[in-house]
Design a protein around this ligand. Sequence first.
Ligand SMILES: Cc1ncc(COP(=O)(O)O)c(C=O)c1O
Length: 393
Amino acid sequence: MTFPERFSNLPEYAFPRLRRLLDDHAPGGAPLHMTIGEPQHAFPDWVTEVIATHAAEFGKYPPNEGTPELLGAISDWLARRYGVRVDPATQISTLNGTREGLFNAALALCPEQKRGQRPAILTPNPFYQVYAVAALAVGAEPVYVPATAETGFLPDYAALPGELLDRVAIAYLCSPANPQGAVADRDYWADLIRLAEKHDFRIFADECYSEIYRDSPPPGALEVAREIGADPERVLVFHSLSKRSNLPGLRSGFCAGGAESLGHVKRLRSYAGAPLPLPLQRVAERAWADEAHVAESLAQYRRKYAIADEILGTVPGYRPPQGGFFLWLPVADGEAAALKLWRGTGVRVLPGAYLSRAVNGENPGAGYVRVAMVAPEQEMRHGLMRLRDCLYG
Ligand SMILES: Cc1ncc(COP(=O)(O)O)c(C=O)c1O
């Protein structure tokens, strides 16, 4: 029996690795999970109602790319949120959550060669792990670019050598960033889009945390592309109801961008995509049209930011996240800190190295732990106090 080589060097996924690190040790208190970024605020009441009303549609094959009503609701949301009007029929595809979309769009759009050479795909380091797997799946070289304190926790793609940039087919960028909570401002996006124009690559903008932010709504790649008059084919944006609407189990997101690129994404999807069941598309349609539940959830996240600032504000190196729901806390050694915290207090956090790759022996996540602020406020407060006293006391 033979197996493919292309995924053979993938490290074990973060969560089984964490179980291996911690599970042979007894927790030093009531276990509290601050590892997985699974939103826990309530989703809107009407979700169940909409599913029940449309339950008969489980008896139908759903349209691959989304119902016209859902695509229309997404297009209206993009216009309200970013002031960008895209054609719902040609410039949007629904997704089963952004993870599969971030993977499949690379399959649809990464060429076999770029200027006669093996293409490269850029990913920030640390990063959401699907970016690397997508690069390996299409035979591209994944290039891990540090997104550290020195670079404002976003990757400095412009600093890469010109010959490498000429081979780049796709650059992933996550804003607000998981895990660092950094937000790309208008200038960052404009510079990146101009770099993409100069070296002829596409940007895959992972904006799934766009509705969770501290001060003002983070700018999006599509709106900046339009502001600077860039070719709309340069940018694909990826959005999700998992974080915005606290519906990670709905598996509903979308990508939007230039009509030609979206045509390729949709064509692949018509052969190999897994469409979202119709009753769930109805829920998604309602969710994109409603902002009340999003505002309520945002208010809760803002209280959580305030709690984190209050408890950790005096910790050396603490950096309040600008967006998303993770804290990226500096420690001497992330694995040792996660183990100490579990054994000392029962609080479970993720070593930063599990979200990043060592390049030339340097792992930019090694000196961090990632803490998810998803638990109810009181629980989170107690968890952070236990963490502060154990790791920084
Ligand atoms: C940065 C980032 N991108 C994408 C996803 C995928 O989310 P979903 O597939 O639920 O939309 C996640 C989920 O945690 C994430 O953190």
